[in-house]
Design a protein around this ligand. Structure first.
Ligand code: ATP
Ligand code: MG
Length: 391
């Protein structure tokens, strides 16, 4: 069988493939899902109506986990830059749309290469090394701005060709999809059948592309589905995503669930959010005490004061005294923040010069990017043996 990835059924009909047994899928995520289910599959042909960037990311993700499987790309226009990039990420061949003979020949060659590799490639292939950094945003009180900050941090991190994945771990009431106005066609619930054997192809099939360099792993749409996600699946997914991305930003619910603790265990950085009001500060103090009890190192922790300029009778100094810790970033209050959410465009994209955007970008630069003082690998051990894998 060959997988033909082409959203346009009429265009798909025009592809003459040497293997008559072809299964058409609409997009690369479905192709990844099918590949995961069919370990013997050796060829994916990506049609001209699949965006090149998606096709190349698919090929790049596939290579380490299924080195024997080949990708042949059909493009309406073939230029040197695209060809070079395609070959760099492991595409076997790029053929011009409409050239049936070239396509048949490319498929034949790819299958031949696959057969040759099958003899020499040990299975199962190794997972890519998990080198990405997990950054978890948490506040024990609801409505502090976790989702807003997590989205804007993820956008700010996704530049200079860095790859970032934002994970919505607020499994019951996740707001990431609605906040950036994407349709949650695939969510973490689709990972259930993969539990115990998640690989990069499977993980890639769960993701929603948001913008260049930034993908989303969305929360289930039905609140009841949250309970179906076992904590070990979250651990597995985070490990695989760490191998696929430079940064994995995790948005959380306002409670210490087992899922949240797993994300904390795996994190290189904990971003603890508060607002300048007594209940939020009390909850932050409790969170800090709990983190100390769990032996989470203090140097991977940043306290962010959201709505720092809110005139509510508490100054930044009062806040610092109350939590007995320094504040790493002050994010001002602005009506443009909810306005940006209503528009579905995070404020760091909509208005990069805005004081809120600048505070977020400065925080990313000073605390989260590699080499920033608080992001160095932690030395203290985690709450459970083998639990923390800070990087
Ligand atoms: N700096 C800010 N200025 C003004 N409004 C803000 C700011 N930060 C967040 N908000 C607004 O506060 C509300 C809550 O924010 P958000 O949903 O990010 O909080 P949350 O902590 O994720 O909440 P939940 O616990 O319900 O998940 C939103 O309407 C958001 O637009
Ligand atoms: Mg939220």
């Amino acid at each position: 069988m060959t997988i033909l990835c082409e959203p346009d059924a009429a265009a798909a009909e025009e592809h003459v493939l040497p293997d008559g047994n072809v299964r058409r899928v609409d997009n690369v995520w479905d192709a990844a899902r099918l590949l995961s289910a069919e370990p013997a599959e050796l060829l994916v042909v990506i049609g001209p109506n699949v965006p090149t960037a998606e096709a190349l990311r698919f090929a790049e993700a596939l290579r380490p986990v299924r080195p024997a499987a080949g990708v042949v790309l059909v493009r309406a226009r073939v230029d040197v830059v695209m060809l070079t990039e395609a070959l760099r990420v492991g595409v076997r061949d790029v053929v011009p749309a409409g050239d049936q003979a070239a396509l048949a020949e490319a498929c034949r060659r790819s299958l031949e290469t696959s057969q040759g590799l099958l003899g020499s490639v040990p299975e199962p292939p190794a997972q890519p090394e998990a080198t990405g950094r997990i950054v978890t945003v948490f506040a024990a009180k609801g409505g502090c701005g976790k989702t807003t900050l997590a989205i804007n941090l993820a956008v700010a991190l996704a530049k200079d060709r860095r790859r970032v994945c934002l994970v919505d771990l607020d499994l019951a009431f996740g707001d990431v999809a609605i906040s950036v106005q994407v349709k949650p066609a695939r969510t973490i619930i689709d990972a259930l059948p993969m539990a115990g054997h998640v690989d990069t192809t499977g993980a890639a099939s769960l993701l929603t592309r948001y913008r260049p360099g930034l993908d989303l792993l969305l929360a289930p749409v039905t609140p009841g589905d949250a309970e179906k996600i076992p904590p070990h699946l979250v651990r597995e997914l985070l490990t695989v995503l760490q191998g696929m991305y430079d940064y994995v930003v995790v948005d959380t619910p306002a409670q210490f669930s087992e899922h949240v603790l797993i994300a904390m265990d795996a994190s290189a950085h904990h971003v603890l959010l508060t607002t300048p009001d007594v209940p939020a500060l009390k909850n932050l103090r409790v969170t800090l005490d709990t983190f100390d009890m769990l032996s989470y190192p203090a140097d991977i922790r940043s306290i962010v004061l959201n709505r720092s300029d809110a005139k509510v009778g508490l100054t930044a100094d009062d806040v610092m005294k109350a939590v007995r810790s320094p504040i790493a970033a002050h994010v001002p209050s602005s009506r443009e923040v909810p306005m940006s959410i209503n528009k579905g465009t995070p404020i760091v994209i909509d208005n990069p010069g805005h004081p809120v955007s600048q505070a977020v970008s400065r925080f990313v630069r000073e605390r989260l990017e590699r080499g920033a003082p608080a992001s160095r690998p932690a030395v203290a051990s985690g709450r459970r043996a083998g639990g923390r894998r800070a990087r």
